[in-house]
Ligand binder design. Sequence first.
Ligand code: GDP
Length: 594
Amino acid sequence: MVEERTRVVVIPEFLTVRQLANLMSVSPIDIIKELMNAGLMVNINQQIDFDTAAIVAQDMGFEVQPESPLQVEVVEEAAAPVKQQFIAGEAPEDLVSRPPVVTILGHVDHGKTKLLDAIRHTNVAESEAGGITQHIGAYQIVYDGKPITFLDTPGHEAFTAMRARGAQGADIAVLVVAADDGVQPQTIEAIAHARAAHVPIIVALNKIDKPNANPDVVKQQLADAGLVVDDWGGDVICVPVSAKHKINIEELLENILLVSEVAELKANPNRPAVGTVVEGRLDKSKGAMATILVQNGTLRVGDAVVIGEIYGRVRAMFNDKGKQVKEAPPSMPVVISGLSDVPTAGDILEVVENERTARMIANNRAARRQEAAARPTRVFTLDDLYNQFQAGQVKELNLIIKADVQGSIEPIVTSLQKLGDESLQVNILHQATGNITESDIMLAIASRAIVIGFNVTVDPAARRMAESEGVDVRVYDIIYRLIDDVDKALKGLLEPVYQDVVTGHAEVRAVFRISGVGRVAGAYVLDGEIARNSLARVRRGEEVIYNGRIASLKRFTEDVKEVKAGFECGISLEKFDDFREGDVIEVYRKERVS
Ligand code: GDP
C-alpha cells in the first residue's frame, strides 16, 4: 500500500475562498460546501480569516501552517530602503551619474504641450532618427551627447499624484509662464507643488514671439510669488522661449543639464531595478502594459517584478521609439509587458529574485490593504502633532492655507509664521484663495501637510479623497480660533475631539434566552465587522433604543474576537436584552478627529 503523504497548506491571515482553493489545488465549490456544512454561507470572492480557513483545510485532510509574516517582512524590508529614497544605502563608489527627469508645469494654455513637442522634435538622437515616436508618458532626448528624460503628462496634478503615491516624480521642474499672460493661479500652484517636492525650478518664459509679450511684468509677478529670476539677482534660471517658433529651446536644454549637474543625480546601474510607473494601459493583444521610469538599477527582460499588488515577469520591453530593448538603465522610460494587472501612475516597481516571491509580496499587500481598509488611518493630524514632535518624528508643521479673499490670507499667514520656533517650524506650503480642491489634498498627502480653510468650503471630491487618505482638513470662520488651534497644537494643548466611526452592522434574526446570561441576539453581520468589546447602538426602525457596549460575542458556542460580514453570531449587550427580530446592531468606535 502506498503511504499517503499529508499535504501541507500555508495560509495567510486573510484570504478569499478562491485563493484558498488555489492554495489547496481543490475546487472552490468543495470549499463552499465544506463551509456550508459548518453553517457558513459564503461566496467565492468572500474573505475568510485564518481560523476559518484552517478548519476547512484540516477537515479536507491538509496540514495547516500559518504564513509567517516574518518571512514576508524580510523580503519587503530588503526592498524598502530603496523604495523610500531610491539610492539610500548605496555605496558611493557604486554610484554613477544618471540623466535628469524633467516635468513641465504651468498654467493651462501657457504652452506646456507645445514645449514638450518642440523639445522632442528638435533633438532626436542621430542613432534613433527614423524611429516612430510613441506616446508612452515619457520620452528621452539626447542633447550635447547627454540624455534628458521628460515626463510628457504636463501639469502639477500628474506630478503630485505620483508623489502622493510615494514616487519621486521628477528631478527638475520647468515652469512654463506665457509672457503675454503672466503668473496665473495654476502657476502659483505649480510653484507650491515643486517647492514642496524640493525640486529645482527653471522658468521657461514662453510665447516671447507674441507682440504683447511683456517679460518684465512677468518677472515682477514671479518675484512676488517668491521666484526671483537670475537677471534680477535671484537664483532661479529664466529662459525666454517660443515653443511655437522653436526659439531658445537649446538654451533651455543647456540649462536643464546645468541644473542637473549641480544636483549630482546618481544611481547604481549594477543592481536589480527599482522604478516608477508613469502610466499603465491594457493592450488587446499584449495584455497589461506599463511605462516604467527606471530610478535605480537596470531593468531587464525576464526580470521578476512586483508593483504594489501586481506581479509579473518582464516579457518584452520597448523604448519611446517603439523599438524593442533588452535592458533599461537609470532614468530610461520603457514600456513593459507581462504583468498580472494594469498598475497606476506613481506605483513603485521592484525587481525581486523570482516570480514566486513577487506573487507572495503582491498577495500579502493585497490582504493587508483589505484589512487596513476597514480602519482608515490619518496620515498626519494637528492633534497628533505634539506627540509626533515629542517622538522626534516631525520637526516642522506643513500647512496649506485656502481662504475666501486675499485680504484674509495675509493676516493668517503672518500670524501662523510667528507661532513656530527653532525646534518646530511652521511652513506654509501653499496659500491661495478659493475652495479646498483635490489638488490641495494631493499636495497634503505628498507632503504630510494639514489643509486649513478660512471661510471656504471643501469640494465634495476633495472631501472624499481627504477622508479615504486620512488628510486633516480644518475649516474655520474666525481667524482667532484658527491661529489658536495651531498654537495649541504646537504646544500639545489641543483638546481632543472624538467622532464615531461605524465599523459594522448586524441584523437580529432570532432572539435566544440563555440561563444566567439573559436574552441574546442571533445576528447576521451585514457589513464591516463586529468586534468584541466594541461600542454598539441598537436601531429599531428610525429610533436608537440603546447605546452602550457589547458584552459578549460568540460563533456557535465559542467566544470570538470578531465576526466579519456574511457570518452569523450571537451578541449580548451590557445592560440591555430587549432584542427584537429586525433590530440592527450598529457597532462603532470613537476616533480622535482634532
Ligand atoms: P498647455 O495647456 O499649457 O499644454 O498649452 P498648449 O501647449 O496647448 O498651448 C496653448 C496655445 O498656445 C496653443 O494654441 C499653442 O499653439 C499656443 N502656443 C504655445 N506656445 C506658443 C508660443 O511660443 N508662441 C505662440 N505664439 N503661441 C504658442
